[in-house]
Unconditional design. Structure first.
Length: 414
C-alpha cells in the first residue's frame, strides 16, 4: 500500500465524485479495527518487538488513509496556512510505511537475534534511504511553487511543475523500488520449507498485497509521465490507481496480522476444546469430591483448563487404590475383541474401571479393595490419559458393549 494518491475518481461518471469523500475512510476504518483487535495482544506481550512493529505498521497505515482523505487534506492545509502541504506530509507517511514494512520483513525473516553484517547493513540502508527520501521530499516542496490547492489531483496537476515534478517522481520511484525489494523477499520466503501454516498464509496475503501495490505504480507512473509529455492519462491516476492502493493496504494488513492472530486464535480454540473434552470426566469426578472447581470471574481459558485438569487428577490419585487392575485388564481385552484400536480400548477400559472404582469407594474402605494399604498403585498412565478417558465417557453405547462382553466371558467360563 504505497503511493496512495491525493485524487480519486473511478471514472468520469458523476456518481464517483459523490462516493469519493468516503472512499478513503473505508480502509481507514478496517485498519483501525484491525489495530484495535490486535492492541490487547500487543499490550499484553509488549516485550515482543515483532508485535510492537506490527502495531506500528498498522498505525502508519491508518494514518496514511486518514490524512489522504480530501477533508483531512483541506483541514491540514487550512491549519498550516500552506496550500498543498498535505502533499509532502502524505508522501512522507507513505515512504515511512514502505520503509517500516521492509524492515519488518527483514527482522521477521532473519530473526531479531540476527546481528550478521549483511542484516545490519541492510537495516541501516533502509533507515538511511527512508530518511533521505523524506528529507528530499520536504526540500523539493519548499523550493516548489504550488499556490493552487488540489485536494484530489495533486500528482497529475503539478506533474510538469519544477521541483513538484521531482518530488512526485521521487516518492513514486522510491516507493516502487522498496515494493519490488519487499515483494522479492516475501516470495522467496514463501518457497522456504518448514514454514508454519499461519505464517505461510500470512506471507501469501502479503505477496498478493504487494502485487496490487506494484500494479498501482504500473498505472500511476504512466499518468504522471503522460503529463510530462503533454498527454492526458489522468484517468489512470484518478480511476484505477486508488482502488488498487486500498486493496493493497487491506491485503498487507491481513498478511501482517494473520500469523499472530491466527496462531493466537488457534491456541485459544485448542484450549477451549481441551476444556470441553474433559467435561465428562470432570462431572464424574465431581460425584466423588462432592463439589467442583470454584468459579473465578476473570480466569483465562488457560487457567480454567489447568484448574480442571488439576481437579481431575487430584480426585483420581486417591481413587486409584479402588481400581481393580484385573477387572480393567478384562475390560481392555473385551474392547480389543470388539475391534477397538489399542489406544481407544485402553481409554474405554480405564473409563469403566473408574466408574467401578467410584461405586467401590462408596461402599467399602481401603482394606476391602484388594490393595495393600501401604502400597500406592501406579497411576502414571491413568493421570496422563485423562483426555482420552473423558472422550470414552461420551460413548455410553461402547462402554455398555465392553461391559457386556466382559459379562459374557465370565458367564462362558462359569
Amino acid at each position: 500500500m504505497t503511493g496512495v494518491p491525493l485524487q480519486l475518481a473511478f471514472s468520469p461518471a458523476g456518481f464517483v465524485n459523490e462516493f469519493y469523500p468516503s472512499f478513503w475512510w473505508i480502509p481507514a476504518a478496517v485498519l483501525t479495527a484491525a489495530l484495535a483487535i490486535k492492541l490487547p495482544t500487543i499490550v499484553r506481550l509488549w516485550s515482543d518487538p515483532l508485535l510492537r512493529a506490527v502495531g506500528g505498521v498498522l498505525l502508519l497505515a491508518c494514518a496514511v488513509f486518514v490524512f489522504v482523505a480530501p477533508s483531512t487534506i483541506a483541514r491540514v492545509n487550512r491549519i498550516t496556512g500552506v496550500p498543498n502541504i498535505s502533499g509532502p506530509w502524505v508522501y512522507s507517511l507513505l515512504t515511512a510505511f514502505c520503509g517500516s514494512c521492509l524492515l519488518l520483513i527483514i527482522a521477521w525473516r532473519n530473526g531479531l537475534a540476527d546481528r550478521s553484517a549483511a542484516t545490519v547493513r541492510a537495516v541501516r540502508w533502509v533507515i538511511a534511504g527512508t530518511c533521505a527520501v523524506i528529507l528530499a521530499l520536504w526540500v523539493l516542496f519548499a523550493l516548489a511553487d504550488a499556490p493552487v490547492e488540489r485536494l484530489r489531483d495533486l500528482d497529475t496537476y503539478y506533474a510538469d511543475t519544477p521541483y513538484m515534478r521531482e518530488m512526485i517522481l521521487l516518492y513514486l520511484s522510491a516507493q516502487a523500488v522498496a515494493t519490488v525489494i519487499t515483494s522479492a523477499l516475501i516470495w522467496n520466503w514463501v518457497r522456504t520449507d518448514g514454514l508454519d501454516a499461519w505464517l505461510r498464509w500470512g506471507l501469501k496475503f502479503l505477496g498478493v498485497g504487494y502485487a496490487a501495490q506494484l500494479s498501482f505504480y504500473a498505472v500511476k507512473l504512466p499518468a504522471v509521465v503522460a503529463r510530462l509529455t503533454g498527454n492526458d492519462l489522468d484517468w489512470l491516476s484518478t480511476g484505477v490507481a486508488p482502488p488498487l492502493a486500498c486493496l493493497s493496504a487491506l491485503l498487507i494488513a491481513v498478511g501482517f496480522i494473520l500469523p499472530h492472530a491466527g496462531q493466537y486464535l488457534h491456541d485459544r480454540w485448542r484450549v477451549r476444546v481441551a476444556h470441553h473434552r474433559l467435561r465428562p470426566l470432570y462431572l464424574l469426578t465431581r460425584t466423588v469430591h462432592g463439589g467442583g472447581v470454584g468459579f473465578v470471574l476473570r480466569a483465562t481459558p488457560e487457567l480454567r483448563l489447568i484448574r480442571r485438569e488439576t481437579f481431575i487428577r487430584d480426585v483420581l490419585l486417591p481413587l486409584a487404590r479402588h481400581i481393580d487392575e484385573d477387572t480393567r485388564r478384562c475390560f481392555h481385552e473385551a474392547a480389543l475383541a470388539l475391534g477397538h484400536a489399542p489406544d481407544q480400548a485402553r481409554a474405554l477400559a480405564s473409563a469403566l474401571a473408574i466408574q467401578d472404582a467410584i461405586q467401590a469407594r462408596r461402599g467399602s474402605t481401603a482394606a476391602d479393595t484388594g490393595h495393600d494399604p501401604g502400597t500406592v498403585p501406579d497411576t502414571t498412565d491413568l493421570l496422563r490419559e485423562i483426555e482420552p478417558v473423558s472422550r470414552a465417557l461420551r460413548r455410553p453405547d461402547e462402554l455398555r458393549a465392553v461391559r457386556a462382553g466382559v459379562t459374557e466371558r465370565e458367564a462362558a467360563r462359569s
